[in-house]
Design a protein around this ligand. Structure first.
Ligand code: UDP
Length: 326
């Protein structure tokens, strides 16, 4: 299939491009390089610099490519994803994550592209009851990041109805790790996610880290999340795309491991390799105590099973960061 990957130079996008190419698909990447890196784009994919919020720039690229062969699928990864930043700067999140999706959908309508794979998030669930989320759990975000993703999910649903499109919306839990080649991983300034922060601390790239809150109602008082390897996530996109195109259906699917680990457990796992200098601090605004995926639907519909464990995730990120330390 011919696939347009918007945000394909970013972390999850670049891993998905690797999986798509390995599966034999024809891949065009559009990215504004705001956080992505051109070097992260697989050599067999064709790269265009373009911005999701700029109709003219997308229109030009898609028009040119469609003359050669029309796209079968669009994949959307070009989002802002940091919860604390979304609380400080909601405008940036609504503009990029909602207005950007609307612009992309308008381009899809113009060029009659019928299938979209969309990156959503566990943050749409907010404070889930008992912390376990099925796709039917109530969606009640507690931060602007989750709100913008939920708004986009709904918008995609309405576009799908109006223009006869199919979608596969993936709600990611906590994604981490790096590609087995160690060529690509999460590389950017001012990382905020707990696994890279812990590993950077272990490697001495940061002097110390703070655990945000140790008075939550969880096994050890620190927040519990469901961690999933980026290559497992990426491969799910290939399966999801093939599924919705073949069956002509739409789906919303959680991508997680069914297991939760606390921040303290993450630190202990990293400490199997190197000591971590950490301290306890105040709770971080917008953090639910516990978020764990039920991944039954992904297993049932896509026959997708995450292959990598928490220790695989941590080891791959550690090796990646050692390789790219400078
Ligand atoms: N966390 C932490 N210290 C850090 C970064 C994150 O204690 O330096 C905690 C954070 O408060 C949350 C969990 O780790 O409870 C996962 O946060 P992250 O930012 O990795 O992902 P999120 O779940 O917010 O998408």
């Amino acid at each position: 299939m011919k696939v347009c990957v918007v945000g394909g130079a970013g972390y999850i996008g670049s891993h998905t491009v690797y999986e798509l190419i390995e599966a034999g698909h024809d891949v065009i990447v559009i990215d504004n390089l705001s956080t992505g890196l051109k070097e992260a784009v697989h050599k067999k994919a064709l790269f265009y610099e373009g911005d999701i919020t700029d109709f003219g720039s997308l229109d030009k690229i898609v028009a040119g490519e469609s003359k050669k062969k029309s796209f079968d699928v669009v994949m959307h990864f070009a989002a802002k994803i940091v919860v604390p930043e979304s609380i400080k700067n909601p405008s940036l999140y609504y503009y990029n994550n909602v207005e950007g999706v609307r612009t992309l959908l308008d381009v899809m309508v113009k060029y009659n592209i019928k299938n979209i794979i969309f990156s959503s998030t566990a943050a749409v669930y907010g404070e889930a009851k008992d912390g376990i989320c099925t796709e039917e759990s109530e969606t009640k975000p507690i931060n602007p990041y989750g709100e913008t993703k939920l708004a986009s999910e709904k918008m995609i649903g309405w576009f799908a109805e109006a223009y006869d499109m199919n979608y596969c919306i993936f709600r990611y839990f906590n994604v981490a790790g790096a590609h087995k080649t160690l060529e690509i991983g999460l590389l950017r300034d001012n990382l905020t996610h707990v696994i890279p922060v812990t590993i950077q601390t272990a490697l001495g790239i940061r002097e110390k880290m703070t655990v945000f809150g140790n008075d939550y109602d969880t096994i050890d008082g620190t927040c519990v999340r469901d961690y999933i390897h980026v290559s497992d996530i990426a491969y799910a996109h290939v399966l999801g795309m093939e599924y919705i195109v073949k069956k002509n259906v739409s789906e919303i699917i959680n991508l997680g491991s069914n297991q939760g680990f606390s921040v303290k457990e993450i630190i202990h796992e990293v400490e199997k390799h190197y000591p971590v200098n950490y301290e306890y601090g105040a709770r971080r605004e917008g953090d639910p105590a516990k978020l764990i995926a039920s991944n039954e639907r992904a297993k049932k519909i896509l026959a997708w099973i995450p292959k990598r464990s928490l220790s695989d995730i941590i080891l791959s990120d550690l090796e990646f960061r050692k390789k790219h330390k400078n």
